[in-house]
Design a protein around this ligand. Structure first.
Ligand code: TYM
Length: 327
């Protein structure tokens, strides 16, 4: 049986990149045969969060987002990272077989440093925690966006180091990213990868004026609608491609290529995009409101998830303890 595992940081507002790159896959995979573990990475969020109340709020929001988008706790173990402290024990065991050089090569760490974020030790060593998250559940497949692939490869490396010393303790995981590059790395309103920390994101549940404002920020140029253009070069067209059916997309592309009278301008594209975001997420937005009104049920879901996830991780960590001589 295949075991699927992934995690999402509770950032407060999950964006289109989180949805198309990861959450949508998580929901779809959870309907398939296999074992499924999906968690809210609050330990990970501590590398940047400094407000306890806000972090709790964001964890609740992340759980509600998952559930509203269709993740059913009957199909998957849905849990909070910090409810499984076993992963911190495992982090130590893995840290002791991992060279500094591996962590120094991590893109996300290098990128944050280059952007002037002063790294704490947690941020530097976090790929070890992520490897522990993955290895603790004997995960075979880790569905993520492209930006997390290197971290899954690092988990493969750590799995190899530990198994090399102590025998076949851990299962080697594989990353799974959306086939289409656009979904594996969704662009932000500035054309860079969409990311909360770059401030170029669009919240999936945005609606009305705030949504229009977010979409208006998608970068365009000053060419008029009549001028024929290559649709692949236009950022608003890339956003539309996330949502449109193949037929409607081809129709837009053709009209953009042709130009002339009646060709769509950037304003049209953005208007259609606002409609699509409003419509596609409307059922989930309504469900989100219902879920937020029932905090007791949310607590019960987390408690159930914690119990199942923890039992599983404990067994793996005990196996690792025995293998390396701690028991
Ligand atoms: P996080 O919270 O940054 O992102 C959650 C998921 O969303 C994907 N994603 C994107 N996909 C496509 N385009 C984008 N612009 C985009 N932005 C984000 C990410 O690839 C990810 O799949 N380290 C993880 C959380 C984590 C984890 C784990 C994941 C902790 N432990 C173990 C898998 C397994 C993170 O920070 O994701």
């Amino acid at each position: 049986m295949t075991t699927y595992l992934s995690g999402v940081q509770p950032s407060g507002k999950q964006h289109l990149g989180n949805y198309f790159g990861a959450i949508r896959q998580h929901v779809e995979l959870s309907k398939e045969e296999g074992e499924h573990f999906f968690f809210i990475a609050d330990y990970h969020a501590l590398t940047t969060s400094r407000d306890a109340g806000e972090l709790r709020e964001h964890v609740r929001e992340m759980l509600v987002t998952y559930l509203a988008l269709g993740l059913d706790p009957e199909d998957a173990v849905v849990f909070r990272h910090s409810d499984v402290p076993e992963v911190c024990e495992l982090t130590w065991l893995l840290a002791c077989v991992t060279g500094m050089g591996l962590l120094e090569r991590a893109h996300s760490y290098k990128d944050k440093k280059a952007r002037g974020i002063k790294p704490n030790v947690g941020l530097f060593t976090y790929p070890i925690l992520m490897a522990a998250d993955i290895l603790a559940y004997d995960s075979d497949v880790v569905p993520v966006g492209k930006d997390q692939v290197q971290h899954v490869e690092m988990a493969q490396d750590m799995c190899g180091y530990f198994n090399g010393f102590y025998g076949d303790v851990f299962v080697r995981p594989e990353a799974r990213i959306p086939k289409d590059e656009l979904f594996a790395k969704v662009p932000g309103v500035d054309g860079e990868k969409m990311s909360k920390s770059y401030g170029n994101d669009v919240w999936i549940f945005a609606t009305g004026k705030p949504l229009k404002k977010a979409v208006a920020r998608i970068v365009t140029d000053s060419r008029p609608p009549e001028e024929p253009k290559d649709p692949d070069e236009l950022l608003p067209m890339q956003f539309l491609a996330l949502f449109l059916s193949a037929d409607e997309l081809e129709d837009w592309r053709e009209r953009v290529r042709r130009g002339g009278d009646g060709a769509p301008g950037y304003g049209h594209m953005k208007q259609r995009l606002v409609e699509l975001i409003e419509d596609v997420f409307a059922p989930a937005r309504a469900r989100r409101e219902e879920l937020l009104a029932d905090p007791g049920e949310l607590e019960r879901i987390l408690a159930r998830g914690a119990e199942a996830a923890r039992a599983r991780a404990r067994a793996t960590v005990d196996r690792a303890y025995r293998a390396c001589g701690l028991r």
